[in-house]
Design a protein around this ligand. Sequence first.
Ligand code: 5GP
Length: 204
Amino acid sequence: MTKQGLLIVLSGPSGVGKGTVKSALVKQRAFSFEYSVSMTTRKPRPGEVDGKDYFFVSESRFQEAIKNDELLEYNQYVGNHYGTPLAPVKKMLSEGKDVFLEIDVNGARQVRKLMPDGVFIFLTPPDLHELKDRIVNRGTDSEQVIAMRMQQARKEILMMEDYDYAVVNDTVANAVDHIKSIVEAEHVRVPRVINEYRNMVKED
Ligand code: 5GP
C-alpha cells in the first residue's frame, strides 16, 4: 500500500504575506509537493491564470460546489468566496504526494477538524508595525479599513494556538527555509513511519 502523503497547511493573519511565501515555495520547488488550487469567486488579477492560481468561478458555481460537498473547507473573505476542492486533495494524498494548502485561518480550522494528521503552520509577522506597513503599502484601504484589519489581525494572531508551528515571516527566504525544515522533520516523526518498521520486522 502506498504511504499517504503529508497535508501541509500554511495559514496566518491577513497581510502577513502567505501568498508571497507560497509563491516562493512553488517557484523554488523548495521540497516536493503538489499545490492545491483553490476555487474562488474573486475576479482574476492581471497575470493570474485560471486553473493555476485559482479556479475562477461564478457565485452560483461556488454555491453548487458547497451543496454537493465538493469542498474540503471554504470561507468568505472581503466579499468573495474561497474554497479547497476536496477530490484532488484526497487523490494526491492517496498517491503518496505531499499536498500544500495556503488558506486563511477560518479555513485552516475546518481542515484541522477533518484532517487532524496534517501539519499546520502559522505564518506570523515579526511585529505589528511591520504588518501595518504591509497593509498600508497594499494601497487602497482607508484609515478606517486599515484600523479594522489591524484589529482583526490581533485576534487572528492569537489563533496560532490551534497550530503546530509558528514561522516568522521576517524575510521570505527565512520563512521558506523554516517551512522546508518543518516538512523534513514531519516526514520522520515516529507515528508517521512506525508502520513501515512494523512491516520490516515482520518480514524477517
Ligand atoms: P487573495 O484574494 O489575496 O488571493 O486571497 C485572499 C485570502 O484568501 C488569503 O488570506 C488567502 O490565504 C485566502 N484563501 C485563498 N484560497 C483559499 C481557500 O481555498 N480557502 C480559504 N479558506 N482561504 C483561502
